[in-house]
Design a protein around this ligand. Structure first.
Ligand SMILES: *[C@@H]1O[C@H](CO)[C@@H](O)[C@H](O)[C@H]1NC(C)=O
Ligand SMILES: *[C@@H]1O[C@H](CO)[C@@H](O)[C@H](O)[C@H]1NC(C)=O
Ligand SMILES: *[C@@H]1O[C@H](CO)[C@@H](O)[C@H](O)[C@H]1NC(C)=O
Ligand SMILES: *[C@@H]1O[C@H](CO)[C@@H](O)[C@H](O)[C@H]1NC(C)=O
Ligand SMILES: *[C@@H]1O[C@H](CO)[C@@H](O)[C@H](O)[C@H]1NC(C)=O
Length: 188
């Protein structure tokens, strides 16, 4: 009879051990889920390539330039849900002054995917007022432009969670005026 009791107690202990192990396992699964899938990361955006469609520059009678650039942007979304962003504008600036812009149409980057799209930048020195170092840059043959954009949108998770996030781009574009090509594109 004592033997039978001991045996039953052992069985119970085993059963509790299984329950405890299962609870620990569940907790780990939930933690991993919360720390990976449910963690909302800020999407990123950068210029992956830029090409010159049209470019004019002159040093006389006054230093000036105008050009059309086609840029491919890549919106990288590391979330386990899609990132939908609104219409926005990428600004092109020279020496801190806006000299052009490009329309970035609303779109969505699927879960854990990179959305690429081409945008057209119209750039002209007409907007520059006052004296800048333009004539120096033009005679050096390289023009350095900056392109900034903020894509505001929402990350959607599992149809129930939504969180406002915006992807920011800040890139430097070096344009070779002589060969009318892009020398360098660098994003932060
Ligand atoms: C800008 O473009 C227009 C037409 O596209 C052209 O007539 C003008 O000369 C250009 N300006 C410069 C500074 O290149
Ligand atoms: C976004 O831009 C497109 C194309 O210009 C326009 O048709 C649409 O109404 C815009 N959407 C919003 C929400 O502004
Ligand atoms: C953007 O334009 C380039 C050159 O025309 C092309 O190779 C590329 O496939 C385009 N990208 C997209 C996403 O349309
Ligand atoms: C113009 O360029 C020169 C040399 O490249 C630099 O020393 C100077 O600070 C620049 N001036 C302005 C106003 O940017
Ligand atoms: C973009 O980056 C440059 C330096 O690389 C910085 O000086 C500038 O303030 C940045 N622009 C914005 C809008 O963050």
């Amino acid at each position: 009879m004592l033997e039978a009791q001991k045996h039953r107690r052992m069985q119970n202990m085993k059963c509790y051990a299984y329950i405890a192990a299962f609870a620990v396992f569940q907790t780990i699964i939930i933690l991993v889920f919360a720390l990976t899938v449910l963690k909302i990361k800020t999407p990123s955006v950068k210029l992956t390539s830029v090409t010159v469609d049209r470019l004019n520059s002159a040093t006389t009678p006054s230093p000036s330039f105008n050009m059309t650039l086609t840029a491919e942007i890549a919106v990288k979304n590391k979330n386990f849900g899609h990132f939908k962003f609104d219409n926005s504008t990428a600004t092109v600036s020279y020496g801190g002054t806006a000299v052009g812009e490009a329309f970035v149409p609303m779109a969505r980057a699927k879960a854990r995917k990179t959305r690429r799209m081409n945008i057209t930048m119209e750039v002209t020195s007409e907007r520059l007022s006052g004296v800048t170092n333009l004539s120096n840059d033009l005679s050096s043959g390289t023009l350095t432009l900056n392109s900034y954009a903020k894509l505001s949108g929402k990350v959607h998770l599992m149809k129930i969670m939504k969180k406002r996030k915006s992807a920011e781009m800040n890139c430097t574009i070096a344009v070779n005026l002589g060969s009318k090509t892009i020398q360098k594109v660098e994003c932060e």
